[in-house]
Design a protein around this ligand. Sequence first.
Ligand SMILES: *Cc1c(COP(=O)(O)O)cnc(C)c1O
Length: 454
Amino acid sequence: MTQEIKILLREDEMPRQWYNIQADLAKPLPPPVDPAGNPIGPEALAPVFPMNLIEQEVSQERWIDIPDEILQVLAQWRPSPLHRARRLEKALGTPAKIYYKNEGVSPAGSHKPNTAIAQAYYNREFGIKRLTTETGAGQWGSALAMSCQLMGIECKVFMVRISFEQKPFRQMMMRTWGADCVASPSSETETGRRILAETPDTPGSLGIAISEAIEQAVTADDTRYSLGSVLNHVLMHQTVIGLETKKQFEQIGEYPDVLIGCAGGGSNFAGLTFPFLADKFNGKELRVVAVEPASCPTLTRAPYVYDSGDVAMMTPLLPMHSLGHGFIPPPIHAGGLRYHGIAPLVSHLLQEELIEATAIHQLECYQAAVLFAHTEGFIPAPETSHAIAQTIREAKQAQEEGKERIICLNWSGHGLMDLSGYEAYFNGQLADYSLPEEQLLRSLVSLEGLPRPQ
Ligand SMILES: *Cc1c(COP(=O)(O)O)cnc(C)c1O
């Protein structure tokens, strides 16, 4: 007999409901507000998102049924395996047991299709014919491109120009899945034309791409906008990850001591951890750790404020830890996880001290990623490597304490489309970089005059 590596579920064991953590919060999440501090009602979001998703965004129901058609598409790759990282454990010489939930098995290579499929479905059900979105490196754009194709609606992706030129393969994935992907700024929107006239050779930015995508959504009746992280309903769609993981642990008669996820907008972290936090609310011992890059330290150094989701301030103000909507991530940093804010739900849980957060430098992350590839075989996405680096820290600590700790991380995606980051690492072109305090303070100036969450 060989040792068990993968804990697998049958398709009929897939979760049939999403878990909505809002139902179990002792202190409710502060509402989105306008710049004067007045709460924003669901109607205000209607030009941007379909009402069925806005209802999920504000729902206080603990469980929300997953429509059969969504389950049927998720079954193309779900349930995803929970792996025991025996070879990594051995290399570390740790008494800890390390498990990783492999979300890299989706066709787009990450957890992102879990919500992209649901969002394409609900938009189509609402009569929407076309979704717009932005993408930086291309992971979200490709997840939505595939999902719109599978659900039978059109997809328009505004891809930051510099990535469009430097990362042709993600762009080709989107085209293969039938999406219309253009470099942003484009000549197709007012915002894009204005910026091109002012600065013809701009590299573009996520802020510009979001503004272009929202502009096209609000100016056409049959078009809406789609966001890949941060919002409550997006995090809820990701809870299939944690719900499956709980069943997988039940199957082997274990329960994790520590859960770890990398945090950009917060969706994969929430997806793994929220269903377990429900147990923690009921008194279960459990540590939950979010890991972010030291160069973009939203949870560990940014204040808890109301801030906009985009540079042009087209979105309502959300209660979150934020580096300021004008934050420009340092170019020295290779991986994703560059967003200025983080999901209100994740921010709230940190405020309530129900989760922990830590920041790690990129060289330690790449070192961890390479050790992972050498032992487990799979090459992780640069974002995922943050969760792996923290896992290794925890495993080493278990060794020092001589404790058999059970650690589980969310392996949010593979890195086969991000090999240029690995190349830069191997060539010695990456350096550790802490966001300087004065740069942080300068970026926080954009928050002046905005209301504060109570
Ligand atoms: C997009 C992405 C992330 C960061 O987004 P979250 O919303 O924080 O999950 C992390 N890992 C991978 C592989 C991604 O594609």
